[in-house]
Design a protein around this ligand. Structure first.
Ligand code: SF4
Length: 321
């Protein structure tokens, strides 16, 4: 069974459609990466999955139960199975609370503050390097890595089965990044977690995810097993993201695509393929016809009229406008 299925999700802010028909499957025990430029809608997807943003259309199914069909109380229980690891833990931790209070807070909110629950939390904190001597400290007295760990224990207090991690390593030194990623991997196995990892850092995504979905301007443009997609990306946007990441690309002799221009506004997306104004391989057809996702859902799929992998793209032609 899948841990989570998001189907045909639409997310709107007033009249702006930030996410338009996104579908994702997160399998039990896996780490799925969701990547794309800033503003592509990936954080909106994360917020919708953890219940902070309503879906204007589409469904969210958690461990086989569709949220939209469940009674209100059951919905709350299901939603608790998913916890968000915030992008900026310092902002999510109250500066006036000690680590002890911060770790106890989720138990109070869930009305599960028993001595046994507190013992479990302290043991969990200790097991990931937050010793008892840190309990009396305030957030400003913690290192970036320690603050991330406090946020992680708070998220795990609800005993979730799914963690949505939004840029979990942003702002951390490389060595601390590595420690945190190893910790996430260890906890996944130990606690039977599944992760949705949101990131624009393809080095991180390449290291820790099993599968990856690429978002552009509110839509999924390519997805597949990480190693395969990184080796043989079919969509020019994916190739451009990988090209921009020199560490991953090092030593690979393949066509590089340099991304130019800004991400268009989702309030006025380009006609046809939303990427056509920035795509060096765009053809006149791309301005007219919306490419549909081809391939097997959950396996390799891409939305492009002229995919890079299956056939050489035709020579670019000038596009009016
Ligand atoms: Fe580029 Fe056309 Fe493919 Fe869009 S459909 S990514 S414009 S080649």
């Amino acid at each position: 069974m899948n841990a989570l299925i998001l189907k045909d999700a639409v997310i709107r802010y007033d009249r702006l459609t930030a996410v338009d028909g996104v579908s994702l499957e997160l399998r039990r025990g896996e780490t799925l990466g969701l990547v794309g430029e800033s503003g592509c809608g990936k954080s909106s997807v994360a917020r919708a999955i953890v219940g902070l943003q309503p879906l204007a259309a589409g469904t969210l199914t958690i461990e086989g139960e569709t949220l939209q069909d469940a009674p209100a109380r059951r919905r709350t229980d299901l939603q608790r199975r998913i916890q968000l690891l915030f992008q900026d833990p310092a902002a999510s931790l109250s500066p006036r609370m000690t680590v002890r209070s911060l770790l106890a807070e989720p138990l109070k909110i869930q009305k599960s503050h028993s001595p046994e629950a507190w013992t479990r939390i302290v043991a969990l904190a200790e097991s990931i390097g937050l010793g008892q001597q840190l309990l009396s400290r305030y957030p400003h007295q913690l290192s970036g890595g320690q603050a991330r760990r406090v946020a992680l224990v708070r998220a795990l207090a609800a005993e979730p089965s799914i963690i949505v991690a939004d840029e979990p390593t942003a702002g951390l030194d490389i060595s601390i990044q590595g420690e945190l990623l190893n910790l996430l991997r260890t906890l996944r196995g130990r606690l039977g977690l599944s992760y949705l990892l949101i990131s624009h850092n393809l080095n991180v995504v390449g290291r820790v995810t099993d599968r990856v979905a690429v978002m552009y301007l509110g839509q999924i443009v390519e997805s597949g097993p990480t190693a395969d997609l990184f080796r043989n990306s079919a969509h020019p946007y994916t190739r451009a993201l990988l090209s921009a990441n020199l560490t991953l690309d090092a030593g690979r002799r393949r066509e590089r695509i340099v991304l130019s221009g800004e991400l268009p506004s989702p309030s006025n997306p380009p006609s046809g393929c939303r990427f056509h104004k920035r795509c060096p391989l765009a053809q006149p057809r791309c301005t007219r016809e919306i490419p549909v996702l081809q391939g097997r859902p959950g396996e390799r799929s891409f939305a492009c009229h002229f995919p890079l992998r299956s056939e050489p793209a035709p020579a670019p032609q000038a596009i009016a406008g």
